[in-house]
Design a protein. Sequence first.
Length: 732
Amino acid sequence: MFVIQVALPVPLNRLFDYQLKPDQCRPLIGTRVGVTFGQRTAIGIVVSTSENSKLPPERLKPIDAILDNHSLFPASLWRILHWAAKYYHSPLGEVLFQALPVLLRQGKPATSALLWRWFATSSGKAIALESLKGAHKQQQALAALIQQPIYRHQIKKMMLTESVLKALRDKGLAELRSLPADIHDWHAHFSVSGERVSPNMEQTVSIEAICREDRQFVVWLLFGVTGSGKTEVYCRVLENILLLGKQVLILVPEIGLTPQTISRFSERFNAPIDVLHSNLNDSERMAVWLRARNGEVAIVIGTRSAVFTPFIRLGIIIIDEEHDSSYKQQDGWRYQARDLAVMRAKEENIPLVMGSATPSLETLHNVQSGKYRQLTLSKRAGNATLADHSIFDLKGLPLTAGLSQPLVARIQKHLSADNQIILFLNRRGYAPALLCHECGWIAECQRCDHYYSLHQTLRQLRCHYCDSRRQIPDQCLQCGSTHLMPAGLGTEQLEQKLSPLFPGIPVTRVDRDTTSRKGALEQHLADIHRGGARILIGTQMLAKGHHFPDVTLVALLDIDGALFSADFRSAEHFAQLYTQVAGRAGRAGKPGEVILQTHHPEHSLLQILLNAGYDAFARQALEERRSAFLPPFSRQIIVRSEDHDNHHAPLFLQQLRHLLEGSALNDNALWIMGPVPALQTKRGGRFRWQLLLQHSSRLLLQKLINTLLPSIAALPQARKVRWVLDVDPTES
């Protein structure tokens, strides 16, 4: 008997045994197989083979189909995923499948699909274009086809339509042919183009340091103030890597950064560049995955999950804005992409460069302990200087659309000089709440116990936590009054109220609502880069990494809520947000100004940021964390539990606490807190509880959980709740 052990995408921490049919060849490790699982068919991944099983032979189901001839995972990535499954205590099947494109999870072939191209026929090439005068679109399409064949997926990009091309085919002037995708040898034609700015002394030191050791594992922190030219350092380092024919992975925190990042690298390198983010459809993601695996693409730029992309010859990993919280997956398998990228670089024996103006405290701690090496860019590139910072005390000042009169006057001054303004407001929608003026009732999401946000243009109330939506009611659900009014200010409302204040000035709003349509973000960025007086309104999406040369004033309108939080990480997150937003001002030689409106100008966090900067804040924050024995000076795991009745979730965690306290591995250094309600106690109709484990030793904490996992799964309440382990949590 020959047994195949298969990982399946199910929430069970085990493998499943199957046997081969007599006519089947032994599948390779890392390939997919079709199997019967319960009453359904499923796709599995072969993890190991054996000559025996705990099950008797008659109970073993056969492998239905072997789908691949080669492993889908490079050896280094296979090892990393196995390590990650153990470290994050996640089922191996779920981890392996999350690393694959959706189409491969569905069983589609791991080969490039046939490409379809439209060609001009010999008749089409011979015909006079003037003869199609009466059909202008056909004339335009045929002219394009005569120049070169057009891939089917490029039709829309060239402002053509399928119906026009079919009309040409009916006339015998065009035809559609399929052909297998070519594998392009990009490095044979690689070259560097575009403008190369002369690096300053700090940039030169950083470039030379990284290039000296660009063929081995080293983790570099490029700690550079906003506008200091970190991207130029990246480009210079990548030149050497690409000249060797090696590939590059660049991680960015938001899809909002990918258009700008692609543009910067496309202008610099004559090499194929692909992008991976959540706005791509399944076919597009699959195509990028295949091109990277086949070595057809030189640079892949992507968000969090791009860390799992297979490469034939990976040469370096860049993590831009390494501090950003979006690198941590917050549901399902809760991995930290930044940490997995470090593990991948170590497995591949390649360098990794993390760039940030506001490095995370964990990264700075790794520098202090000698694990990472720091390079510093303390000056802005070119003629740009650091912006001036001011605080406007809002106490007693009247506000118009959230703007104080002194701020309105300052905005007018900058607009008169034909410059651009950023107004930062981290609340999308028209208003964060809808209330009744008569009785004070507030529209609340019953699934989350959180206020609905008002979206006026769509005539909707939306919950920004579970995404439930409902129409705006005509009257109060409590007293029946029709006097319903918005409470608070959102980006949509701010956009509407700016026109009367600044007539004739174009306003661009950049948030999740205005960029959800494909191509919308690129259009907004193009409008901004055309220059001229303009007001930009945005949430964090606008604050991260963008280079707007005409922005001379940045104003933060309402940040007081971020100054007072129960989360010990809130000070770090606010300091990073403030520094990043402020860094958009004065980046291209024009003097910049940053204004912060607040009711608490005396707050110690604001004072240290304004007077000493992020570096001083980080040093102080690390000392506070050390004295309080908080991460990164200790390790944490949170066990999260949810239920529908608010009874089983805390009971499950209480049973778990008893297990932990009775473990032989429990010692005086283990701190257990809870069960306690989560900061957001209800989301999506489920009540949320958590249990915090903290210890100085990561190894002991991991060993404790590994030892108890079977017992945890066997607890009486375990089947009655949804529970998950969050290793190295970043949310309380």
